[in-house]
Design a protein around this ligand. Structure first.
Ligand SMILES: NC(=O)c1ccc[n+]([C@@H]2O[C@H](COP(=O)([O-])OP(=O)(O)OC[C@H]3O[C@@H](n4cnc5c(N)ncnc54)[C@H](O)[C@@H]3O)[C@@H](O)[C@H]2O)c1
Length: 438
């Protein structure tokens, strides 16, 4: 009888819980009977359970209220890999790691830095990093202990220029065209990707202007998205055939918008405009360098630029080609001086634009003489008609960079040329161009 009663009460409970209609496996859970509520309240009041719950809530809330203050006073303050910001003219790598890491955490910029990210190395992307200037910049950044990602489509750059970093875990190389967007997490972007010599940028002018406009837009968009600082390598060509001499950054230039060189000159001018618009309109930290003629090891052998032309011709025992009467002037900067200037600009507090060049002015004939002295005094000169839109005078006024970046070039043409010549001699003798890793 007792058993029968038990069974029937069990059945009764089951009847209460199981719904009348058969349920599909996806039907919502049945609600418990409302009569279970007073039983739960009863349960809570028994054995001081409610008191324990309230004490638990109190302890939890106190911890969460005090936690930000505690973490601020914790060991990270005294023993941190992220030093506090120091307001010197040039911020150090570590200061930047702290500020960049913070800037990557939302618009409030006050979020705490997750462990493992806060003390990581500065990560830098160099577009065009397999080219002449880019590869020297990469060398400097790697030597400083930064993580470097090179983006290059190898139009004029070569793997040979960065092959010595292969196998280094702090170095990455991505074959990519900047005309297409890319998503990376970095702290700084040095944007160099663009063919720089007339033979290269005139080879496909539409591609050149696309690289300057769409490539720069893509990299600025990336900088905005991830809160990275962005440096544009513009050019002295933005001054065109200048009517002011030497050229200051305040000079707006004398540029032909429809000439053969316009894809480069106007492309760079547009790139500067884009950089400033992202700076003013989207708060992107930009830096603009206007680079004047630069020379050094790893320049393309036959890129038509005057220094590489003369040096390669003198080594090959060919006459040095001088366009026009050879009285047009240029200034020549050694590549390590430029790289120091780019880094000082990136790490300084000023947007620019800044002229980065060597103010020592040489006529083409004087340059030819220095090349002859350095390589082959018997070399001859072959005069040819001048090319269209070739500027007559080019000399930077670098007082702004001297004052605000504390930068000026150190290496004279007579010191720098022999350093380039030995690299060119090796490459010409080994005929490595075209047979390298490109
Ligand atoms: N060297 C100079 O005298 C000088 C003067 C003024 C300005 N600059 C500027 O400095 C930068 C570097 O010049 P450089 O002399 O090292 O030239 P470079 O031709 O040696 O290097 C340019 C690099 O950009 C890469 N590149 C070109 N188009 C690309 C694209 N669409 N996507 C990805 N990569 C691309 C090339 O493959 C190359 O590695 C350029 O922006 C140039 O305009 C140089």
């Amino acid at each position: 009888m007792k058993q029968l009663h038990k069974q029937s009460s069990a059945n009764h409970r089951r009847d209460e819980e199981i719904p009348a209609a058969p349920t599909s496996p996806y039907s919502p859970k049945t609600l418990k009977h409302p009569r279970s509520l007073p039983r739960s309240i009863n349960y809570l009041f028994k054995e001081q359970r409610l008191l324990f719950i309230l004490v638990g809530i109190l302890i939890g809330s106190t911890f969460f209220i005090l936690q930000p203050t505690l973490s601020h006073l914790g060991p990270s303050e005294s023993n941190s890999a992220i030093p506090r910001h120091v307001t010197t003219g040039v911020t150090t790598t570590h200061d930047q790691i702290a500020s960049y890491s913070k800037s990557n955490f939302g618009p409030g910029k006050t979020g705490r830095i997750p462990v493992g990210i806060g003390n990581r190395r500065l990560r830098i992307v160099v577009t065009g990093g397999a080219g002449f200037v880019g590869s020297h910049l990469v060398d400097k950044l790697i030597a400083r202990g930064n993580d470097v990602i090179v983006i290059d489509n190898f139009f004029t750059g070569r793997k040979d220029n960065v092959v010595h970093h292969f196998g280094n875990p702090r170095f990455e190389l991505i074959r990519h065209d900047v005309v297409e967007p890319i998503l990376l997490e970095v702290d700084q972007i040095y944007h160099l990707a663009c063919p720089a010599s007339p033979v290269h940028y005139k080879f496909n002018p539409v591609k050149t202007i696309k690289t300057n406009v769409m490539g720069t837009l893509n990299m600025l968009g990336l900088a905005k998205r991830i809160g990275a600082r962005f440096l544009l390598t513009s050019t002295s060509e933005v001054y065109g055939d200048p009517l002011e001499h030497p050229q200051k950054e305040t000079y707006w230039g004398n540029v032909n918008p429809i000439g053969e060189r316009s894809c480069y000159d106007e492309g760079k001018r547009t790139a500067e405009t884009l950089a400033m618009d992202y700076h003013r309109g989207a708060d992107v930290e930009v830096r603009i360098a206007r680079i004047f003629n630069t020379y050094g090891p790893r320049m393309c052998l036959d890129d038509g630029r005057v220094v590489s032309n003369f040096v390669a011709q003198a080594i090959r025992k060919q006459p040095l080609t001088v366009y026009g009467d050879g009285k047009q002037t240029r200034s020549f900067q050694y590549v390590s001086d430029l790289v120091n200037g780019l880094v000082a600009l990136m790490e300084g507090e000023h947007v620019g634009p800044f002229n980065l060049g060597n103010p020592g002015e040489f006529t083409m004939l004087e340059l030819a003489e220095v090349v002859k002295e350095t390589i082959d005094p018997a070399a001859t000169i072959d005069f040819r008609p001048n090319t269209a839109d070739d500027p007559h005078k080019r000399k930077p006024d670098i007082s702004k960079a001297k004052e605000l970046l504390n930068w000026e070039p150190k290496i004279s043409l007579r010191e720098g040329l022999p350093l380039m010549v030995s690299d060119f001699q090796n490459r010409i003798l080994n005929e490595d161009e075209g047979k390298g890793l490109k």
